[in-house]
Design a protein around this ligand. Structure first.
Ligand code: PGA
Length: 253
């Protein structure tokens, strides 16, 4: 069952997510976290970096698994999710490099790598998975139509995503066409999940996730079958929700 927390703005959303993250860390210093990239978690990562620098939180025993990575983009490329994670989080906390896991989009045998990544997650179950949501309801790179029983695998990027990404790469041939992503089943195997949605441009996705019927056409809606999921949205992202209809899921922040 989903718990829905509606807060005033992006800062409050990030504070709330950080509270849950740091509570998890305190309750088990060896926690395993699932992590997203994207704009949404940036302030959360900033708060976590501060928690280390200013308040002495210790990240030395945690492990992390990232949700996804582009195929064919080197870890050193500025658009890679490897680069993003080091720049925005890992370089600023005392996590051990050996405990950081991000899919390798340049692995020589991608399918084998995906299976190994999946197996590693199953043997190191994720305590807390953090997610963003795409405007089309995707989670990770699980686009609409992704099977509920999907595991870590290579997926083709949608024409829209390829077009949107073109501006970040020097030439057309460098724009990734595929990505590795945890599957829906992989994500659902986490013990606890928090999904963050901020801004008006996520309002339709949030509405479909919460109020439409549960369907692979809106991958995020499948999370409603998870026993321990928290959806944290700001007022803008929650603007299409009918609060009277979903009142039993609302949790006060
Ligand atoms: P965003 O991406 O945080 O940059 O909005 C979320 C997503 O597409 O999953």
């Amino acid at each position: 069952m989903a718990h829905i927390i509606i807060v005033g703005n992006y800062q409050e959303l990030s504070n709330k997510a950080a509270d849950i993250f740091l509570q998890q860390l305190k309750s088990n210093p060896k926690s395993v976290f699932g992590l997203p990239t994207g704009e949404t978690p940036l302030e959360l990562y900033n708060i976590l970096a501060n928690a280390y620098r200013k308040y002495g939180y210790d990240f030395s025993q945690i492990s992390t698994f990232n949700l996804d990575e582009y195929v064919g983009v080197k870890a050193t490329h500025k658009q890679s999710y490897h680069f993003f994670m080091y720049k925005n989080l890992f370089n600023h906390i005392n996590i051990k490099k050996v405990n950081i896991h991000i899919p390798d989009g340049c692995a020589s045998d991608l399918n084998r790598h995906c299976l190994a990544y999946e197996n590693l997650i199953q043997t190191h179950p994720i305590d807390l998975q953090i997610l963003g949501i795409g405007r089309n309801g995707h989670i990770g790179f699980n686009e609409p139509g992704s099977p509920a029983d999907s595991i870590t695998r290579v997926v083709n990027l949608s024409a829209q995503t390829i077009k949107d990404n073109a501006r970040f790469f020097n030439s057309k041939k460098d724009v990734p066409q595929q990505a590795i992503t945890m599957g829906i089943k992989t994500i659902m195997s986490a013990k606890k999940i928090i999904l963050l949605a901020s801004g008006q441009n996520k309002a339709e996705a949030v509405y479909s996730m919460i109020e439409s019927k549960i369907s692979e056409q809106c991958p995020a809606s499948l999370l409603r079958n998870h026993p321990n999921v928290y959806i944290i949205t700001d007022n803008s992202a929650a603007s299409l929700l009918h609060k009277n209809k979903i009142s039993k899921y609302l949790v006060s922040s």
